[in-house]
Design a protein around this ligand. Sequence first.
Ligand code: ADP
Length: 170
Amino acid sequence: MINPPKIAVYPGSFDPITLGHLDIINRGLKVFDRLVVAVARNSSKKGLFDIDERMELIRCACGDNDRLQVDTFEGLLVDYVRRQNAGVILRGLRAISDFEYEFQIAQMNHAVEEQIETLFMMTSAPFSYLSSSIVKEVASLGGNIETFVPAVVAKALKNKFASDDRCEGA
Ligand code: ADP
């Protein structure tokens, strides 16, 4: 019997993608045949970048790869994962502080759809304390974030905050 392809969905806000996310994506591609990076549309969370901008930044940061797809979803994650014919939800784990939240979501998703497994990858050491929020905060204060995000994201953050300044001064 031929094994079915192993497809995983890596969901998140990706507002914006950081080198921590990219590390999980690259390592995920070593384990799965196909990886879908899925940007969550969450109406209650207004991001810095809109969904299309986030997807474009992910595409630019990841480059061309037939096995990688960038998409967006709304509603129940497990429904989306099923529509993708995927069996796995991939998540990254940083400090212990991530654990409680991830544990709850993974338990709930498994209760709703037991055919879908959540797999966690430990962050690589250099990215342990890296998050999109901290990067946005530092960038908004004019700090250098180039070692934490792909070059295309550093540029986009600079533009975002530069245009904010122009608005304030107007
Ligand atoms: P969410 O709002 O769903 O947490 P994020 O974009 O913050 O969306 O994170 C998406 C996924 O990537 C989560 O599983 C998160 O734990 C993981 N992640 C974020 N930053 C890192 C990092 N520096 N190292 C490893 N995993 C990370």
